[in-house]
Design a protein around this ligand. Structure first.
Ligand SMILES: [Zn+2]
Length: 341
């Protein structure tokens, strides 16, 4: 049936009709609000490249979470900025680690709030990598053409890192974190974490795996927020190549086989096709992380009055939802919930 019998504009005439036929609906239930916890008291330090996002001491984290929760945001995900860093990420798994402290405070002060704990080592390692770093003997290539003296040959050791990730997960769950969310991209970490949680009598703690996490320039502002930029090298030996969709499917499949309860794609907007492909192919709850760079770009343009901030914010979240993510981690959780409420 073609024009003039078919007129697609018939269903766009009024807000009421448009609302009736809308295919994708955003609700605050889908939103997860990331929070960066730092030491101290009464600390509320804005992240330079993420206006509106703060490093918060535990007491301020509680206040911020209360506001988000009262607006209808059901969940927060916690990242930590430890007092000090070392080569074994002690701050990640210590009983009095900064996220552990925040989790205990949030559990007692905001009991209805779902707590996710990001599990990674980079914020707690002095070198800023997501796993244990080992210096390696000169590679074959390096022996042929001697590298400049400043070149450090190193490796992010996979299997030894798993033990620290598992230890961190158990420690977070014991402190009150409801959902463990590993973001390090080491092979086998979901299995290692599942084993450790079960062994610690925490068989009911779900794992939300950052299954397809791409090495992305969009993480720039986060590294300032979480003080986690690597001191040398980059993360391309463990995070995924942005060119690879089929490999992303293999990553997700591997994590499901290892016991992931939910999966995530990160970043969101530059990888909407990966989200859509994952939705098509897998039946687990699917999350996507609208990362710091996505947020920073919208904020920067809005502050120049180049775009309508609220409109673009909602459109960006809608696109992630439409692509197939049912859960969205976003720095806009509070603001979006306010508009949706
Ligand atoms: Zn990391």
């Amino acid at each position: 049936m073609a024009f003039p019998i078919t007129r697609l504009r018939r269903l766009r005439q009024t807000p009421q009709i448009r609302n009736l036929v809308t295919e994708t609906r955003l609700t605050p239930d889908a939103l997860v609000y990331p929070l960066f916890v730092c030491p101290g008291e009464g600390v509320r330090r804005e992240v330079r490249s993420m206006p509106g996002v703060f490093n918060l001491s535990v007491d301020e984290t509680v206040k911020e979470a209360q506001v988000a929760h009262s607006l209808g945001v059901p969940s927060v995900i916690l990242f930590g900025l430890p007092e000090s860093k070392d080569e074994v990420a002690t701050g990640a798994w210590a009983e009095d680690g900064i996220v552990q402290q925040a989790a205990r405070a949030l559990k007692s002060e905001v009991p209805g709030l779902l707590l996710m704990g990001d599990v990674c080592l980079c914020e707690y390692m002095s070198h800023g990598h997501c796993g244990i770093v080992k210096a390696t003997p000169q590679s074959l290539g390096a022996a042929v053409a001697a590298p400049p003296a400043a070149t450090v040959e190193y490796q992010i050791v996979n299997d030894a890192s798993l033990e620290l990730l598992a230890r961190t997960s158990v420690s977070l769950a014991k402190a009150g974190i409801d959902i463990i969310a590993p973001s390090d991209m080491m092979d086998g970490r979901v299995a290692a974490i599942r084993r450790a949680l079960d062994a610690a009598d925490l068989p009911n703690t779900p794992i939300l795996s950052y299954a397809a996490k791409f090495a992305s320039g969009f993480y720039g502002p986060f590294r300032e927020a979480a003080d986690s930029a690597p001191l040398f090298g980059d993360r391309r030996s463990y995070q995924m190549d942005g060119a690879n969709l089929r490999e992303a499917m293999r990553e997700i499949e591997a994590d499901i086989e290892e016991g992931a309860d939910m999966i995530m794609v990160k970043p969101a907007m530059p990888y909407l096709d990966v989200i859509a492909a994952a939705r098509d192919r897998f039946d687990l709850p699917l999350a996507a992380y609208q990362v710091s760079g996505e947020y920073a770009m919208i904020e920067a343009a809005a502050r120049n009055n180049w775009i309508d901030r609220d409109r673009v914010m909602m459109e960006s979240l809608l696109s992630i939802r439409r692509a197939g993510a049912s859960i969205i981690l976003t720095y806009y959780a509070k603001d979006a919930a306010r508009l949706l409420g």
